[in-house]
Design a protein around this ligand. Structure first.
Ligand code: SF4
Length: 460
């Protein structure tokens, strides 16, 4: 089972939908977008694709085949930044062969260091900050046609190019940046302070998405549950969820990524009370020891996180829970690691995203000694992997014989694949075309990572 919804950028089959006409007819040109990193970047890439498509571009299968190439970069780890740099270097040759092809770099690598990047990668035609979509007009003049209503253009490919999950589920960024300063994280330095999008724009975007056949929406932000605090007219994620829930035709509503400190009762009640809100809580904790949490500058204690999970479970029976953990943070002792182990064993999460600590230059913790040897980090990572495998085996075994509503995303290796409202991956066989359908599936087989079953009842 995995909790991270992935929208493929190269979808497989079209989804019938109310397609809005393109602004300009096909112009024979093609775009290629390469994306690294989080769902925010995926959403931005989808918006760029939607913009280009609106003015007549089509998707290319490779950089060589494209008339414009956009790289959307991630810097969350040094390895990710190195990978983007490597890709940019390798594109220099293509750029020499096709000097007229605009090469564009966006994403977290760009922020606050454009001058440095211009010197290092002189073959790049345009650098633009995450979500600063208006800049693209500098290399795609046709986009002037869209200037007035860029904000209204959904963050996803139009259905004629999408299909599969991309036409069924969509990411909608609602807040950019982060006001926290976790000692290991580069995001606040690159994405800046929290900036919420206007309430009305988000609801309008969801309406447009639903009009175009989208059934599931995931509201996105680095600290998504901080939404609205910075707006002149103060509002909240819970209010926004209520408004989005009222969009006629929407079936499912999710949100990512939450900070424990902002996980108020109002949001938990919204999950409990709103028809479309999926019974799933993704609440990163990062460590189970208070001293490690303090050095991580997470601003909460293990008890607060555990209390929020316990309250969510009390209010929403059957809710699934996911979290994130970093092992091997500087100075993490065996006892402190054991605290994390015990907390996870006690909490029984449905899914844990595990990471081994690595210092990120420019952050506070990078100035401290990275004193846990790699082998020890790996051992702790394995310990938690084994723990989760055991727990997820037990959790999923209890699901045998139950029936879940599954939103079908795609057919992979001859099998339908989709997710429950709790975000559990389900595979099943069926002769019918079920892409984008809600299907009740009775679970006939389980594994720690996914469920298998058979369709019962009529798809909708
Ligand atoms: Fe980074 Fe912490 Fe903000 Fe998350 S909450 S984006 S880890 S600074």
């Amino acid at each position: 089972m995995t909790t991270k919804p992935i929208i493929p950028l190269v979808p497989e089959s079209p989804v019938p939908a109310a397609v809005s006409p393109r602004r300009l007819p096909p112009n024979g040109k093609k775009f290629f977008i390469w994306t690294m990193g989080c769902q925010m970047n995926e959403a931005d890439s989808q918006k760029v694709a939607a913009m280009l498509q609106e003015v007549g571009y089509e998707k290319a299968t490779s950089e060589e085949d494209a008339d414009i190439v956009v790289l959307n970069s991630c810097v969350v780890r040094q390895a990710a930044e190195d990978k983007v740099a490597g890709r940019l270097d390798s594109l220099a040759r293509l750029k020499r062969q096709k000097p007229e092809m605009p090469l564009v770099l966006t994403g977290c690598m760009v922020t606050r260091q454009q001058e440095k990047l211009k010197q290092r990668f002189p073959h790049v035609d345009l650098f633009f900050n995450p979500s600063d979509f208006g800049k693209l007009v500098e290399v795609v003049p046709e986009l002037e046609e869209l200037d007035d209503d860029l904000d209204q253009l959904p963050h996803y490919y139009q259905p004629q190019l999408t299909g599969n999950k991309a036409g069924i589920s969509a990411f909608v960024p609602i807040i950019y940046g982060c006001n926290f300063v976790c000692s290991y994280c580069i995001v606040p330095y690159r994405r800046g302070k929290e900036t919420s999008r206007p309430f009305k724009d988000i609801v309008t975007e969801v309406e447009r998405l639903v009009d175009n056949g989208v059934r599931e929406v995931t509201l996105l932000g680095q600290t998504v549950n901080a939404y609205g605090h910075d707006l002149e007219e103060k509002t909240s994620l819970a209010h926004l969820m209520e408004a989005v829930n009222n969009v006629k035709g929407l079936d499912r509503l999710r949100f990512l990524t939450s900070h424990p400190k902002y996980m108020g009762d109002d949001i938990i009640h919204a999950i409990r009370d709103l028809d479309t809100a999926c019974e799933h809580m993704n609440l990163p904790v990062q460590a189970g020891d208070n001293e490690v949490l303090r050095r991580m500058r997470r601003t909460y204690t293990r008890d607060l996180w555990m209390e929020r999970i316990a309250y969510t479970r009390e209010q929403i029976p059957g809710v699934t829970v996911a979290t994130d953990i970093i092992v091997g943070f500087p100075g993490e002792t065996d006892e402190q690691f054991q605290q994390t182990y015990d907390m996870l064993e006690q909490t029984e999460c449905d899914k844990v995203h595990l990471a081994m600590y690595s210092p990120r230059p420019g952050t506070l913790s990078a100035r401290w000694e990275d004193d846990i040897p790699h082998e020890e980090k790996y051992r702790r990572h394995r310990e938690l992997e084994k723990l989760q495998e055991r727990l997820q085996t037990e959790i999923n075994d209890r699901r045998l014989g139950d029936t879940y509503e599954v939103l079908v995303e795609s057919k992979q290796r001859g099998r339908w694949t989709g997710r429950t409202r709790g975000n559990t991956l389900v595979h099943f066989d069926d002769e019918r075309d079920l892409t984008g359908k809600l299907v009740d599936v009775e679970i006939t087989k389980t594994s720690p990572w996914f469920l298998m079953g058979r369709a019962v009842g009529n798809p909708s």
